[in-house]
Design a protein around this ligand. Structure first.
Ligand code: C2E
Ligand code: MG
Ligand code: MG
Length: 483
């Protein structure tokens, strides 16, 4: 072996060691298949009408399948495998007819009873770009070459597997001893608010709903509103939900507070409908916490509220995060089913931050997916974060769901989201959460189209929102815009 060949082989060995180290850190080797990946293989099977789909990761000698659809394959030899081919090409591989390929026509791919005639395979990469595994769709028929959109879909699904792994790695790092978590919001008063403070606030009507418009990105038209609770504390001022919702959940007071929020939202819907009988009110979405969700008879309660306020169910949306569904996925499916039958919209909030996002997305009856603000914020940082958003938008399209991007703050984010085909969004670029009176003014705008925030019409509209916004203080009553 020449000196150069020796060096090349040493580099290859080091790269392989680094690759294996990442896989060991993610605890993905020598472990059983994981159902959290099943939605990926199932989606790929549906999209590509494949006979079998495999998602797996390779160690030195074996290729371990973490999820399969179709043929139940658990492991394959690594030598001469599709993984080796993807590694060699450093990118996706599409073989339209195995009989025309010098490698694979000699050594057929051993998939139990299936004799595949074509396949397409995309790499699953670590954050550093190392190929850890592959997602492969197989067919018993020859296939026509893939068009770009199909190839992109396959790569996107492989990227979702990669981001699930990356989240796992971050979570593990987070739980490692010595990891310094962010400081607790109100360290000076860690026990505040107590149950009695919350009860007092409820009895003295100190909670208030603010609303943030949800916009159709192409037109800036208001298509929905998100109700966001605040606590108007007589001494402490306007308190954001994250400073008291966790305590409300812990003490159980989230149930009466949540009931108040739902009823209050219905009252506002009723007023906005009366204000504009022709167009009605936009859909108002209320956030539900885990305890509210797990409560017996939620659908009956919502139905009673709607009929008392004489509101059609399509006017109400309910937002839930994955973590509120995880404790009991069986009940989740049942409760979501009954809410869906009622006709209210179901929105999955903060999508992408949960443990196995895709799994829940596919198995539960959501209508709308809200892309978490953290992805929108990082979108301009590089190709990978952008790809994640692109993937989520594409996935929602495949699943027939609407997508709302959360936390749009800049024109660049807005432009990128539109380019990616994301139809809806909300964020400080359009409007922060505002009191109901300001929304009433916004809904009277021609076509309900929100003017640009810095425009004269926008300031005029805020001034017009009655006592809330005096002439010399155009932003009073609004929350702070970071820009
Ligand atoms: P969420 O449902 O994900 O709400 C979106 C949060 O992002 C809101 O924070 C909103 O003010 C903020 N936001 C919107 N656009 C932007 C932006 O462009 N930039 C930035 N930096 N932030 C933006 P908020 O109102 O503080 O609410 C935080 C969380 O509290 C909500 O997250 C929701 O999970 C919870 N929450 C709010 N109201 C309720 C409620 O009535 N019941 C329950 N259970 N939870 C609630
Ligand atoms: Mg929400
Ligand atoms: Mg959210």
């Amino acid at each position: 072996m020449s000196q150069t060949e020796l060096q090349a082989s040493q580099i290859e060995c080091q790269q392989e060691e680094a690759r294996l180290a990442v896989l060991v850190e993610m605890e993905i080797l020598d472990t059983a298949p994981e159902s959290s990946f099943d939605a990926i293989t199932r989606l790929a099977a549906e999209y590509f009408k494949a006979d079998t789909v495999l998602l797996g990761f390779a160690d030195e000698s074996r290729f371990w399948i973490k999820s399969y659809w179709g043929e139940p394959v658990r492991e394959l030899p690594r030598r001469h495998s599709i993984f080796e081919r993807v590694l060699a090409e450093n990118g996706p591989v599409v073989i339209s007819n195995i009989n025309d390929d010098p490698d694979f026509k000699e050594r057929r791919i051993p998939l139990r009873r299936l004799d595949p005639l074509s396949f397409a395979s995309a790499p699953v990469r670590s954050a550093e770009g190392k190929i850890l595994g592959v997602l492969t769709v197989f067919s018993c028929q020859p296939r026509r070459p893939m068009v770009l959109a199909e190839l992109r879909m396959l790569e996107s699904l492989a990227d979702i597997a990669a981001s699930q792994l990356e989240l796992r790695r971050l979570r593990k790092a987070f739980h490692r001893p010595g990891f310094c978590a962010a400081p607790i919001a109100d360290a000076a008063a860690p026990n505040w608010p107590r149950k009695s403070d919350l009860r007092h606030a409820l009895e003295h009507r100190q909670f208030v709903l603010y609303f943030q418009p949800e916009i159709e990105l192409a037109t800036r038209r208001i298509v929905g509103l998100e109700a966001l609770i605040r606590w108007e504390h007589p001494e402490r001022g306007l308190i954001p939900p994250m400073d008291f919702i966790p305590a409300a959940e812990e003490t159980g007071l989230i149930l009466p507070i949540g009931d108040w929020g739902l009823a209050e939202a219905c009252t506002h819907i009723q007023k906005w409908r009366a204000d504009d009988p022709e167009r009605g009110a936009p859909r108002v979405c209320v956030n539900l916490s885990a305890r509210q969700f797990a409560r017996e008879g939620l659908a009956d309660h919502v139905e009673a509220l709607l009929s008392r306020a004489r509101i059609p169910s399509r006017q109400l949306g309910l937002e839930m995060t994955e973590s509120s569904l995880i404790p009991d996925p069986g009940t989740a499916l049942e409760v979501l089913g009954s809410l869906r039958r009622l006709g209210v919209s179901l929105l999955m909030d903060d999508f992408g931050t949960g443990y196995s996002s895709l799994h829940h997305l596919h198995s539960l009856p959501f209508d709308v997916l809200k892309v978490d603000r953290s992805f929108v914020t990082r979108m301009t940082e590089g190709e990978q974060p952008l790809q994640i958003v692109r993937t989520i938008v594409e996935l929602a399209r495949v699943l027939g769901m609407d997508v709302v991007a959360e936390g749009i703050e800049t024109q660049t984010q807005y432009d990128l989201l539109r380019q990616l085909g994301c139809r809806f969004g909300q964020g400080f670029l359009f409007s922060p959460p505002v009191p109901a009176a300001t929304i009433t003014q916004m809904l009277r705008l021609p076509g309900r189209i929100l003017p640009k925030r810095e425009s004269a019409e926008h300031c005029a509209m805020l001034r017009a929102s009655a006592q809330l916004v005096p002439e010399d203080q155009p932003d009073l009553g609004m929350e702070r815009d970071p820009s």
